[in-house]
Design a protein around this ligand. Structure first.
Ligand SMILES: NC(=O)C1=CN([C@@H]2O[C@H](COP(=O)(O)OP(=O)(O)OC[C@H]3O[C@@H](n4cnc5c(N)ncnc54)[C@H](O)[C@@H]3O)[C@@H](O)[C@H]2O)[C@H](O)CC1
Ligand SMILES: [K+]
Length: 452
């Protein structure tokens, strides 16, 4: 499972706007369909490697892409068959159907299969779940190699319904841009390897996938304070805050101070408690204050938060610190990153609806903060609507303590200065890159054990 890095993501409505803008610029929708069908034909040709191909065409333009691909594959000498669920219903699909000069079989229970199935039944136009009988019929192709056109048929491309496609794809060829369903659970795994066919649409870039990981090299004249100074508050579970502190250091902070009275996991971490730690908040060199890991709700948390908010220090808020701080964030005058997992998110933002992307965006706007909505399909949202989707992450991150590590990495990235959204995206990228580097058997401590 994979998605291309730094790729645009569009909803169906945004896709239609982009299509319309492309049409105004002089590229017809017919041209776009021809490019889409050509991209499908190219990839199907590679996947089939000479074996016969069966293309399943639906009634809309997704089916139109299928007819174009069929014509192009036949012209290349491939043994290609077409089966239609229903006659074409759009002018573009009718034209594509008319340009296909081979037979069109009916998609029924007894249709002969082929080694490669191209799923061109439904794309972004699907408005309701597939009928049960169609789903059952499609499941008969499950053992075959499946290439999905744009999205596996049956998913809600905007990611706002959890309909699973009857036929999971080995490869999904996204047309013009990725769609939310490619990067959100539960549909993303059913897309298999997701590729992007750039068909010439000028896609808005406010929603994107994670950029490729980079190694931020310190400036030639860097010193420890210029690289960022991070304070990590510690509640009764000092181990969690200690992990955050080690992560902040590993993720590039130049100076990390941890609240507590126990030795830190790395000797370079300064450990302080009481007034000595509290006074640090007045230090103008402090670039970020991390609070929440290992810190349950209560008076101690509230007092630490109040001091941090009053100091206007950039904040990373995790766990119980999120709901405790929320009423004080709506002025938007502090640079803040919130890092809720699903349960924390639901409690903090019970009114948010729609896809995970919609909910993350609504939460960021409400809290006037950057929100990292964690999970296997982590979504980062900015208050101005920007989104970065981090699917597929690393499943090895599903272990205790990795959230504390992410909070510390956010502290390091935020303390560098700059845009908190970019900082959050960099922290999520660092976290995933570390996890992929370590791989099997990872425990949270491994993420901070060696430089990336
Ligand atoms: N984005 C682009 O620039 C291009 C995209 N192309 C492809 O076009 C599809 C979207 O096409 P559209 O005609 O809007 O919708 P669909 O083909 O996905 O299907 C709509 C079709 O299906 C009917 N329908 C909806 N839900 C169901 C259901 N559950 N059961 C049965 N029938 C259903 C609906 O009434 C319509 O008739 C996009 O994904 C790309 O593949 C073009 O290539 C041009 C460039
Ligand atoms: K499809």
């Amino acid at each position: 499972m994979s998605v291309p890095a730094d790729a645009p993501i569009l909803t169906a409505a945004a896709m239609r706007e982009a299509e319309a803008a492309t049409a105004r610029a002089g590229v017809s929708l017919g041209d776009l369909m021809e490019r889409a069908g050509a991209a499908v034909a190219d990839f199907a040709w590679r996947m089939a490697a000479g074996a016969p191909i069966l293309i399943l065409c639906g009634p809309g333009n997704n089916g139109g892409d299928g007819y174009v691909a069929a014509r192009r594959l036949k012209a290349r000498g491939v043994a290609v068959r077409v089966a239609a669920l229903a006659p074409p219903a759009t002018d573009l699909a009718k034209a594509a159907r008319d340009a296909w000069d081979g037979p069109v079989e009916s998609l029924t229970d007894n249709i002969a299969s082929a080694p490669l199935i191209v799923d061109a039944l439904f794309g972004v136009g699907l408005t309701r779940p597939l009928a049960d009988d169609l789903s059952a019929m499609l499941r008969r192709f499950s053992g075959r190699r499946i290439l999905a056109v744009d999205v596996p048929s049956g998913v809600a491309s905007d990611g706002d319904a959890d309909w699973l496609p009857p036929l999971a794809a080995d490869v999904t060829l996204a047309l013009g841009a990725l769609k939310p369903a490619h990067v959100l659970l539960p549909t993303a795994p059913a897309c298999g390897r997701c590729l992007l066919a750039p068909i010439g649409i000028a896609a808005d870039r406010h929603m994107q996938t994670l950029p490729a990981p980079t190694r931020a090299v310190p400036a030639p004249d860097a010193h420890k304070y210029s690289r960022g100074m991070v304070l990590i508050a510690s509640g009764p579970m000092q181990g969690a805050a200690a992990l955050s502190a080690a992560a902040a250091l590993r993720a590039g902070a130049g100076y990390v101070v941890l609240e507590g009275d126990r030795p830190a996991p790395l000797s370079a971490i300064i450990v302080e408690e009481g007034d000595a730690f509290a006074k640090r908040l007045g230090d103008p060199r402090v670039g970020a204050f991390v609070i929440g890991p290992g810190f349950p709700a209560g008076d101690a948390l509230d007092a630490r938060l109040a001091a941090a908010l009053a100091s206007r220090t950039p904040l990373v808020l995790d766990a119980a610190a999120i709901p405790a701080a929320l009423p004080h964030l709506e002025g938007g005058d502090t640079r803040v990153i919130l890092t809720p997992h699903a349960g924390e998110f639901a409690r903090a933002f019970p009114e948010a609806t729609g896809s995970k992307i919609d909910r993350a965006r609504a939460a960021a706007a409400q809290a006037r903060s950057v929100v990292i909505y964690k999970g296997a399909d982590t979504v980062v949202a900015a208050p101005d609507g920007r989104i970065c989707a981090a699917w597929p992450g690393s499943p090895w991150l599903a272990t205790a303590g990795t959230g504390d590590v992410l909070a510390g990495a956010c502290g390091a990235m935020l303390a560098r200065g700059g845009d908190p959204f970019d900082a959050a995206v960099a922290a999520v990228g660092w976290h995933i890159a570390q996890a992929r580097r370590i791989g099997a058997g990872l425990v949270a401590d491994d993420l901070v054990a060696a430089p990336f």
